[in-house]
Ligand binder design. Sequence first.
Ligand code: THU
Length: 156
Amino acid sequence: MEVKTISTTFHVANIEELSEEDRMLVEKAISQTEISYAPYSHFHVGAAVRLDNGVVLGGCNQENAAFGVSMCAERSALFAAGANYPDVAVNSVAIAARDASGLLAEPVSPCGVCRQAMVETESRYGKPLHILLYGTRHTFVINGISSLMPLAFSTF
Ligand code: THU
């Protein structure tokens, strides 16, 4: 049997090393953690997406007493973009999270379902997503969802 290896490349940056527009996107994701609705998990996730027209939209997790109804921060931001600017490409997404001790020190990483939604965003607009995973200690910068989600499901 043949063995194949898939490797992932990403950058580890201090917040000062980010471009001004990336820093602003991260700040927006951080501010979204403050308004997330997470009365069950108390884990507050914020996301922000930047569109090609310069618009920045926020998202945050929305929980529900019926847990399966809940929505992650990333998809809340991506779907807001799709619902309000269907013809404008999403080029970047930033994610941050806080728990009872404050903002997480290590970068927060999106769940598999949100990764699949990012795969769809890339194929919809035909360009890779610039992904910023924030932690107070450092931020991971990832260019293209395939680094986070290799061998993703796709019908085309
Ligand atoms: N959550 C997100 O918002 N994004 C993710 O990528 C993973 C998890 C939310 C869902 C739930 O409200 C809380 O974090 C705890 O799982």
